[in-house]
Design a protein around this ligand. Structure first.
Ligand code: UD1
Length: 418
């Protein structure tokens, strides 16, 4: 397994292009299955979860071609209906294939996604919604079978929580369904608007994407389309928080500042200078920053849970005490013990972390326990005196394509050891 040898640095400097968003490309790839034609997705980050999604599409009968960051999917006449357990186990978010597969093939059969690094990941909202859409759900021996032989039947679905995955699954199940479906309390994450923009190019009729009320009018058939995946706002948050912590001046290119408002506002509160244009975000940090007060994670447009570990890692070196509250996932604080090994002063009470900034972090051997927690450790290790080792880099690789290359381009000193 790989680890990162991370040397202390004094500043980050330069500019970097953002990759396409992991959380957008996964539902987009699921959406390509729905069409009767050829879809071309540009700006796909070649992450392990993306490669697994491609394997799932191939298993379902699609022909996929990868060229650089472009994935072409031929899905005409493909009606596979099962996803084998070994692929489901590789990627928890493969549940997002259920809506598309059941809608196109009449049945979708896959194993339960089970728990993950962030704690149990229930899918009750997905399954309740499918039942409301007229499908029959059967759970046997750790397998779920969703049958909707005549397609989804349009109805109104109120989500008790604005789940991103459930909102995407309902959209994918109903884009080619019968009648009109209205989702209320829908998730408003930009990745959902990205999915809907692609589906609309394919011929879907969807209104209200990006709001909490989405209306989908089922159409008979979708064609393929060519689309560019939106920039990854969590990768953007990673570079911004790393620059804030290490000090320096960095410009993110191909960014959408509107997706980053809670991050930008938090960083401004610490004393960073941030300038934006339509497609760039520039940050300048003196490295002598104030605590950010209190942040609590919320569904979009609130502070994103995926950026939480980055904010906590930054808070460890801010002047004063910051408070961070995690409202979305139960077990998201595993990285905090590892930050303590680097010299951070953090108390946790349930979902609340109280972080007292320290003058210096020191080097240590730390272990990534999950994707974003792992990125937070790399960031803290860059700031820590001396040379640190971050183990279990495979977690980080799930969301960042060669994170070390991006950070090294900006002046970091990180070596991957296989
Ligand atoms: C997506 C993102 C993930 C991000 C999360 C929240 C992808 C591939 N992943 O995950 O990076 O952290 O949104 O922004 O896009 N829940 C239920 N029942 C359900 C579904 C969800 O109780 O049926 C709960 C979850 O346990 C969690 C919360 O709702 O506590 C949020 O989950 P959800 O919005 O569905 O996140 P994901 O789509 O899994």
């Amino acid at each position: 397994m790989s680890c990162f040898k991370v040397n202390h640095i004094n500043k980050l400097k330069g500019s970097i292009w953002l990759p396409g968003a992991k959380n957008s490309v996964l539902p987009l790839l699921a959406a390509t299955f729905l069409s009767e034609g050829v879809s071309v997705l540009h700006n796909c980050p070649m992450l392990s979860d993306v490669l697994i999604s491609i394997k799932i599409l191939e298993h379902l009968g699609c022909r996929c071609e990868v060229s650089g960051n472009t994935v072409t999917v031929h899905s005409e006449g493909c009606y596979g209906d099962d996803i084998p357990e070994y692929l489901m186990r590789e990627m928890r978010s493969s549940i997002v294939f259920m809506g598309a597969v059941a809608a196109k093939s009449g049945t979708a059969s896959m194993s339960l996604p089970g728990g993950c690094e962030l704690g149990p990941r229930p899918i009750d909202l997905h399954l309740d919604a499918f039942e409301r859409l007229g499908s029959e759900i059967e759970c046997i021996g750790g397998k779920i079978i969703c049958r909707m032989p005549n397609g989804a039947v349009g109805t109104e679905i109120h989500l008790s929580f604005p789940s991103v995955g459930a909102t995407e699954n309902i959209i994918l199940a109903t884009a080619t369904g019968n009648g009109t479906t209205v989702i209320t309390n829908a998730a408003r994450e930009p990745e959902i608007a990205d999915l809907c923009d692609f589906l609309k190019l394919c011929g879907a009729k969807i209104e209200g994407a990006g709001t909490d009320r989405i209306t989908i009018i089922g159409v008979k058939k979708l064609k393929g389309a060519e689309y560019t995946v939106m920039p990854d706002r969590i990768v953007a948050a990673t570079y911004l928080c790393a620059t804030a912590a290490c000090s320096g001046k960095v410009q993110l290119k191909g960014a959408n500042p509107n997706h980053l408002l809670p991050i930008i506002s938090t960083l401004k509160d610490t004393g960073c200078e941030i300038e934006t244009t339509d497609s760039t975000v520039s940050i300048s940090s003196s490295g002598k920053l104030e605590a950010f007060g209190s942040i609590s994670t919320q569904p979009y447009p609130g502070f994103p849970t995926d950026a939480g570990p980055l904010a906590v890692a930054l808070a460890t070196v801010l002047f004063g005490t910051s408070i961070f509250i995690e409202n979305i996932f139960d077990s998201r604080f595993k990285y905090i013990d590892e930050l303590r090994r680097l010299g951070a002063s953090i108390k946790t009470v349930g979902r609340v972390a109280i972080i007292s900034g320290v003058k210096k972090l020191h080097s240590a051997e730390v272990v990534a326990m999950d994707l974003r927690g792992g990125a937070a450790l790399v960031m803290a290790a860059m700031k820590a005196e001396g040379t640190s080792l971050v183990k279990n880099v495979h977690y980080i690789d799930r969301g960042y394509y060669k994170l070390e290359d991006g950070l090294n381009l900006l002046g970091a000193d990180i070596i991957r050891i296989d």
